[in-house]
Design a protein around this ligand. Structure first.
Ligand code: 9MR
Length: 387
């Protein structure tokens, strides 16, 4: 079956590839229609191979992928196919965090993430690691230790052991996640956390040095949220992170990439702020990864699914239109790929303004049918060719 876009291209009498069509402007003016009125597909398998997000991203010098909750992958063979058809990279949502990986001081629960790694290898995908240090994932047993030197030793040993376990296997590691919180009013905008309180501000450098010593080639990433929008709060966080990263570079800390989580909100403005932020890292010689892309439309008033999906897709298009032109951007990962598994409908959704309405933040709906934002993503990959 032809997609609407392929059908339009054929209708001109010339068979053109989608990439070529985007490049020649043959489809100019159709873009919005295509995104908001996607072709009917009988099953997600119709979007495999050259029609996949994976293939469109690769054709334009990008890698597309998704976060996954590992038990879900293990139980659902249909979902395995969706992932392997659409994704060039996977990241476990939770299973490499301290709380999951370190049930006790003596245990490393590598089973689940290792099984995901095997899945990526069978399907010729990359895998990234998330995360070696995060204020939200601190096991109870380590909180009970009141000797700072001992905590420091456990911290370094953890990073060393985990990075050595995966040495040479992962594309990148989120070494430190979400270390900046302007509201804490600490020097450098650092977040008040268990790690900050016990190890002091140097814990960030320490983490990157330990990771590099254990795995010389994996891309070491600093990952954070709240930096995407054209508003004062996000601008201030961008400024603080950029200052921190410049400081790290000047001290010779081995950082290779910056992650922009990209948890977006429908209707918010995205543009110059994130474009300038990415360019600043490009100038520093760093790569940039969009690590956790999704669109929260809880504030959208309309309950009409088609209207909501169109607004969500527009948010994807606007944000990616600002981010993707920069060749520093190498990875785009959505935080899950199907609305069936999104964190926005899970625990924590008590914060929802619309408690009786499910969120629709991701490229595939709960039945694994492609949505407007699937096409918005694919078209964005086509539009913004990497250098
Ligand atoms: O999606 C993750 C959810 O399943 C977990 O319960 C939660 C706590 O571990 O973390 C969620 O993932 C977060 C990620 O690790 C960091 N950025 C924000 C993500 C969404 O909350």
């Amino acid at each position: 079956m032809l997609s609407r876009r392929e059908f339009i291209a054929k209708g001109t009498g010339t068979v053109v590839t989608m990439a070529a069509a985007a490049g020649t402007g043959l489809l100019a003016g159709c873009g919005n229609n295509i995104e908001s009125h996607p072709p009917t597909v009988n099953s997600f398998h119709d979007l495999a191979g050259p029609r996949s997000l994976r293939a469109h991203a690769r054709r334009h010098g990008l890698v597309y992928g998704s976060a996954v909750v590992i038990p879900v992958v293990e139980k659902n063979t249909d979902f395995d196919s969706l992932l392997s058809e659409q994704c060039g990279i996977l990241v476990p949502s939770n299973e490499l965090k301290w709380v999951a990986l370190r049930p006790s001081r003596d245990e490393f629960n590598f089973g689940p993430p290792d099984s995901l790694y095997d899945f990526t290898q069978r399907n010729h995908m990359l895998m990234r690691g998330h995360t070696l240090c995060w204020h939200e994932s601190v096991p109870g047993w380590i909180r009970k230790i009141d000797n700072k030197d001992e905590i420091k030793q456990i911290f370094v040993d953890h990073i060393t052991n985990v990075c050595k376990h995966y040495a040479g296997k992962l594309q990148s590691w989120d070494v430190v996640n979400e270390a900046i919180d302007p509201a804490a009013k600490l020097p450098g905008g650092l977040r008040k956390s268990f790690w900050y309180d016990n190890l002091g501000p140097d814990y960030i450098d320490l983490a990157f040095h330990a990771a590099r010593a254990a795995d010389p080639n994996v891309k070491l990433t600093y990952n954070d949220y709240g930096v995407e929008g054209d508003n004062d709060g996000d601008a201030e966080k961008r400024r603080l992170i950029l200052e921190m990263v410049k400081g790290m570079k000047s001290r010779g800390v081995p950082i290779d990439a910056v992650g922009i989580q990209s948890h977006l909100n429908a209707g918010q403005k995205y543009g110059q702020g994130v474009a300038d932020y990415i360019e600043a890292f490009h100038q520093l010689g760093l790569e940039v990864y969009l690590t956790e892309l999704d669109v929260n439309d809880d504030a959208t008033v309309s309950n009409d699914v088609a209207e909501r999906d169109a607004i969500i897709a527009k948010t994807y298009t606007e944000f990616l239109g600002a981010a993707l032109p920069n060749p520093a951007v190498k990875l785009v990962l959505t935080w899950d790929i199907s609305d069936r598994f999104t964190w926005l409908n899970g625990i924590g959704s008590h914060r929802k303004k619309q408690p009786n309405r499910s969120q629709r933040p991701l490229p595939f709906d709960v039945d694994f049918k492609p949505k407007d934002c699937f096409y918005a993503l694919r078209d964005s990959f086509d539009r913004h060719k990497r250098a």
